[in-house]
Design a protein around this ligand. Structure first.
Ligand SMILES: [Zn+2]
Length: 566
């Protein structure tokens, strides 16, 4: 009998700490290839490799693999072992089911599972064991660290700024590193008493001063790979964290944060200070100094909270800089009295965040905010009042979203069928307990595991649902197009549109702006949205267009004063 041609692909997962697990990528590939060869499976693609934690399902190469399995009708997906594939029962089940729904099968090089109730049970059991082991490893490491802190030793992966960490192989302690400790003392004294000029400095002033002095930061010396700033550039966050840290007053704390949530929902969160374990370390500043710093930090926070409500920023979060690619923020300056006692008008501008750094990493000039807002809004209005364009683009977007959503909708269907199965399984256990086939204790163990799985599945379902962006419905498109026809006749509604209405429209059509100053006195806004894209020139200096004037905050006032005098 001739064996049919069977096509396959290889999937490899390595954890971010693969060196600890002692199974390298080439070794995994070699074993998978050998398995395929022995069974006459032709591997038709390069292996798909994900360096992701085993509990997460949003793995980019897994998504790609699924696409290939579907488009090339691949029959086998080869994976080294089940606990290498997934370290949570639910992730494993869902991913396996996704492949089965496409008419393919996952084969494990290590461990053969029959497609029988026993085979499936064995597989779930192995996944559950992998999950349990992982939890155990985390627990053990945690209690080990807690024990060390309780006996008066620090537990750190790197020393806080101002210290070096010493170790005898089992325990760690901190020693003052004078080069950096000096800087910590400077920061604290500048903040509470001031520098040579005698006036206390703000966090921003301290940051600039350190950068100007060229004081090396931790990142300059270490092997920080993701440091964004140039050498000797301090940021406000670092200075703030140093001021806030009680370690410098001789009190280091363990368990200030903890991991919460499951799967890739896991994140660090602050804990209640009552749970902290305090460890004495050599102080760099006095307890009094630390107290003064905390008072000033608290005062500043209250001043900030007491400020009047924030101004409205039409393009908040939608603007980037063409030159350095950083985000551009809105900057509002309220009216002020100048030297002659005359009140200046409010200033509204867009400023690249790259110009905040000292030294500046970007030279984009500030853009007049009124004009940018006006030009961008007028452009969007010109599109919105074109009914044919609106209809055509919205239909295209609808089709595009349907395509993007498809894999997530499929995942939701998979998860829903698993939830139904798990619920059925639970009911079977309950009836088995009712008939005395299993004991109450056994029921509790089995049902408890199922309840946990169902909760995890519900969570994964919610996450997939979050990924889905609802396309416009046919009714919505019809309504928008009708609106567009009406607006095309009179633009009045849009010219006097409220800030909220403007913002809603900008968001609905996914508006993005990139600012550029290609030459002196030339200001360009590159705009794009679902309906199209364009390059718009922002009028420079006093060249106010009629449209710009409409958006100027003085406009209404100006009009009113005109009418009262006239
Ligand atoms: Zn920039």
């Amino acid at each position: 009998m001739l064996s049919e041609f069977t096509s396959g692909v290889i999937y490899i997962r390595v954890s971010d700490k693969s060196q600890e697990e002692g199974y390298s990528i080439p070794e995994q590939i070699r074993d998978c290839l050998k398995y395929a060869e022995e069974r006459g499976i032709s591997i038709i693609e390069e292996p798909f490799i994900d360096a992701y934690t085993g509990t997460s399902m949003d793995r980019p190469n897994w998504m790609q693999l699924k696409g290939v399995v579907k488009s090339k009708s691949i029959k086998k997906v080869i994976v080294l072992s089940i606990n290498r594939f997934a370290r949570s029962t639910v992730a494993g089940l869902v991913m396996e089911r996704e492949i089965e729904r496409m008419g393919a099968h996952i084969e494990y090089v290590k461990g053969k599972y029959d497609d029988t109730p026993q085979g499936r049970f064995l597989k779930t059991l192995e996944l559950a064991i992998a999950e349990y082991e992982r939890e155990l490893i985390i627990e053990r490491a945690k209690s080990g660290r807690m024990g060390k802190a309780r006996s008066g030793y620090v537990v750190v992966s790197k020393a806080p700024y101002g210290y070096t960490v010493k170790s005898d192989g089992k325990r760690q302690w901190l020693e003052v590193f004078e080069d950096e400790a000096r800087i910590v003392r400077f920061i604290v004294i500048w903040y509470i008493r001031g520098d040579e000029d005698g006036k206390p400095l703000s966090i921003r002033q301290i940051t600039d001063k350190l950068s100007k002095m060229g004081v090396p930061t931790r990142g300059d010396k270490g092997t920080h790979t993701n440091k964004k700033q140039a050498a000797g550039v301090w940021n406000r966050r670092t200075v703030h964290d140093i001021l806030k840290n009680e370690t410098y007053a001789g009190k280091w704390h363990y368990a200030k944060t903890e991991t919460r949530g499951v799967g890739d929902e896991r994140k660090r969160a602050s804990t209640d200070p009552e749970q902290w374990v305090e460890v004495d370390v050599p102080p760099i500043i006095s307890a009094e100094q630390y107290g003064l710093v905390q008072e000033r930090l608290k005062d500043n926070l209250e001043i900030l909270r007491g400020r009047p409500s924030r101004y409205f920023n039409l393009l908040r979060g939608l603007v980037r800089c063409r030159h350095c690619e950083l985000s551009v923020r809105g900057n509002y300056q309220p009216p002020r009295k100048n030297k002659d006692g005359k009140e200046t008008s409010a200033q509204w501008s867009y400023v690249c965040s790259g110009t905040d750094n000292v030294p500046k990493i970007c030279s984009l000039p500030a853009f007049n905010g009124y004009r940018v807002d006006a030009v961008v809004w007028d452009w969007l209005v010109s599109l919105l009042t074109n009914p044919e364009l609106v209809e055509c683009k919205l239909r295209a977007r609808q089709a595009e979203l349907n395509e993007i959503n498809a894999p997530y909708l499929e995942r939701i269907a998979t998860i829903e069928s698993l939830i139904t199965e798990k619920r059925g399984e639970r009911n079977r256990y309950i009836s088995m307990a009712g008939r005395g086939i299993i004991t109450e204790d056994e029921l509790e163990t089995l049902a408890g595991r199922l309840v946990k799985d169902i909760a995890e599945l519900e969570l994964q379902k919610a996450k997939a649902q979050e990924r889905i962006e609802m396309p416009f419905s046919d009714e919505e498109i019809a309504a928008i197009v009708a609106d567009s026809h009406r607006l095309a006749e009179t633009r009045e509604d849009f010219i006097n549109a409220s800030d909220d209405l403007k913002r809603r429209n900008l968001e609905r059509y996914h508006l993005r702006v990139v600012l550029e100053a290609p030459a002196e006195k030339v200001r360009i806004a590159h705009v794009s949205c679902i309906l199209g894209s364009n390059e718009l020139e922002i009028p420079f200096e006093k060249k106010f267009t009629q449209a710009c004037w409409f958006h100027h905050p003085d406009y209404r006032y100006y009009n009113r004063s005109q009418s009262t005098t006239g």
